[in-house]
Design a protein around this ligand. Structure first.
Ligand code: SF4
Length: 319
């Protein structure tokens, strides 16, 4: 018997993050007990997974390896990631695949709308990869997706979590014109950590983007978030809060950074729950309508319940 080993035609597996392959391993401290979550096993989780797969959709819940997936999917709360599974940026914290993405799927807006309908969602969160390769950064695709959901699910409220549309003139205006209910854009970290954590982005551009949203349409709710545990100082977090309030941002989220692989940025520190509670208190005193700060807070975690509270908070102050 002769065994032939084909070493020529076999396609080697492409690494998920080619730009990180040659980086030295970064080691994080062991996770504290307040970070642990249960493995997803429920019936609701299985149903959500089936609907996502049947519609050929990508979720940030899976791509980012979110620790809340068991809890969220059990309640059918999935966050769709549009415009493919490959991102043109290479942030040091993010587990989404990097590289050159493929062409846009023109039917994706309808598929997202259909899945939203099947999941019976009262509130949907849509995010995307960065698409620096597209002339409008994917703004039109975002707008089409919002319109498709409005047409299929008229009572569902829509929250979008967008990239920064850096150097994409007119992109932001197109997305805002489609009238999502909540416009979220995450700062991710404090300005001093941008170069090592979010090197393709610019802190003041992101602040200005959020401010522009409110200038164009003051009725929209704006939201932003940061992760802690990336080497930031407390006073820098307080400064970020002030910068976001200067941009009239309504809702702040603060969560613990978790390292997806050893090639990603190390966790510099696990922030204890009482410190998150302290940040939440300070943020409210600075004027945010809504604040969510805890180790497992993520932008889209409990987004529907939090949106109801956000609306109520605005209604209360406007009498
Ligand atoms: S927190 Fe957001 S990303 Fe994580 S599982 Fe829930 S919906 Fe998905």
């Amino acid at each position: 018997m002769v065994i032939v080993v084909d070493t020529v035609s076999a396609t080697p597996l492409r690494p998920r993050h080619p730009e990180k392959v040659n980086r030295p391993d970064a080691f994080s401290p062991p996770k504290p007990n307040w970070i642990r979550v249960r493995a997803p096993t429920s019936r609701g989780y299985a149903d959500t997974r089936r609907i996502v797969k049947e519609n050929g959709l990508v979720t940030v819940c899976e791509e980012a390896g979110c620790p809340n997936i068991g809890e969220c999917w059990d309640k059918k709360h999935a966050t769709f990631m549009i415009m493919g599974d490959t991102c043109t940026r290479a942030c040091a914290f993010c587990n989404v695949k990097t590289g050159m993405p493929g062409a846009l799927d023109e039917h994706e807006p309808e598929h997202v709308a259909e899945a939203t309908f099947k999941l019976g969602l009262a509130h949907i969160v849509i995010t995307s990869v960065d698409r620096d390769d597209l002339a409008d950064g994917g703004a039109d695709h975002f707008a089409q997706t919002i319109r498709a959901i409005r047409a299929r699910c008229p009572t569902t409220t829509i929250e979008i979590l967008t990239p920064d549309f850096l150097r994409k003139d007119g992109a932001l205006e197109r997305v805002v014109a489609a009238k999502p209910d909540v416009f979220n854009h995450n700062l991710e970290t404090v300005p001093s950590r941008y170069l090592s954590v979010r090197p393709g982005a610019r802190y003041f551009h992101s602040i200005r983007l959020l401010q522009r949203v409110k200038e164009i349409d003051p009725a929209l709710f704006t939201k932003s978030g940061i992760m802690v545990g990336l080497g930031e100082e407390r006073h820098e977090i307080l400064q970020v809060m002030d910068d976001l309030r200067s941009a009239d941002v309504d809702f702040l989220t603060i969560g613990q950074y978790l390292q997806p692989t050893r090639k990603h940025h190390a966790v510099m520190r696990y922030v204890p729950p009482d410190e998150f509670a302290g940040y939440e208190k300070i943020a409210y005193t600075k004027g945010f309508l809504m604040v969510s700060a805890s180790p497992l807070t993520r932008s889209s975690h409990h987004a529907g319940d939090d949106f109801a509270k956000l609306r109520a908070a605005r209604a209360a102050i406007s009498g």
